[in-house]
Design a protein around this ligand. Sequence first.
Ligand code: FCB
Length: 465
Amino acid sequence: MTTAQARGTELDPGDFPTGFQFGVATAAHQIEGAVDEGGRSPSIWETFAHTPGKTRNGEHADVTVDHYHRFREDVDLMADLGVDTYRFSIAWSRLLAPGMEDLNSEGVAFYRELCQLLLDNGITPTATLYHWDLPQELQDRGGWVNPASIDWFRTYAVLAKEALGDLIKTWATFNEPWCTAFLGYSSGEHAPGIKDAPTSFVAAHHLMIAHHEAVEAMQTTNPHDDDRLGIVLNLIPAWPASDSPEDLRAAQGVDDVHNGLFAGAVLFGEYPDGILEIHERMGVADQIDLDRLAAVRTSIDFLGVNYYNINHIEYVEGAAPMPAWPGAENARVTRPPGELTDMGWGVEPEGITWMLKRIHDWAPGLPLMITENGAAYPDVVAADGAVHDPKRTDYIQRHIAAVHDAIEAGVNVVAYYVWSLLDNYEWAKGYSMRFGIVRVDYETQTRTVKDSGIWYRDWLSRRDS
Ligand code: FCB
């Protein structure tokens, strides 16, 4: 039987299970701008981006695509696209007032109006509490390395649910905690830019405890029958470059740090053996409370998976550990087969099917969402004013089909979100990566739906006929 992925465009949205939701995703820091308006206090990303040498050309998100002022127009765009759901994140330092113990009324008003407008347009809001923008004042108190960060996050989660829980029913605690811990505290590519491998495992541990404790606290705060609480992980396949035992071992090391640590902690309240060995080797085992992790483990209602590519891993004797995967010995990422996206990532939709099936094996029946999937390509505005981006359309079509393959194999996938609604600030890469299905002219803030967006709209509208 040919898989849907191979069949590509033949697939129809009506082929997905009833209730399956198609959406678009963004994150607060990448789109909001207005960093010093509405009572918002600074986040670690302003500090980082305004430090010379940290981001491409010193680019920052002080204005970015000005969503804070243009959110009404952006909701209109989503309504025109006909999406069922919008995944966005809440900026901690906007929702809470300085001191981080009380709500900021202007921040609450902003997110309430956004959510109400979405609901009025029949679009389900899906919120992420933490998409990397820690309030700077909490970084000044030690950030995620301080065990008190668990309490800070629980306080924030409870206040957010109190303020917005009547409008938002689907909540993710963290987006990609691997990035927070290992890009933020080991490779230093992301804010706060710390390069200290042992510390990154301590940060990862606090993130995992904070996730469980926040979910538990949110279950009893402003509860609704249709509340769905979960987390978003970037579970990226780490495939061995060959069948050799060495490559298998190297890939296992990367898989432990990238996937096993987080999936294990979230689903089972424990870490893989390989991670426990790294804790010992790096001398941080005494800061990792395994009993507490097991005790706080809380069931989630869904797991969000961000998927872009596959990491092909080969064994290289004596290779220095990659800073983004500290502790993974003798491992190197090889160039993926085929054409690459602007990010240098391969286009391998089969990895999404593989990972979804793998999670299903770990947690049979758990509702899964693809919370991000998309591609950066160097778009140009054509003479006709349109943005012809056939590669992005092809990427999205093939990945949607690969998700369908997982569903046919029995995996309970309930939603798919394109990253991203808009071109936006791609973290340390600044404005060099365009992921949107809507182009943004960064000078004029004009939004133009790209051909990929038009395709998504037309494809989704087949459900109406
Ligand atoms: C993911 C992030 C998202 C965006 C995409 C391209 O890792 O969650 O904010 O940067 O990559």
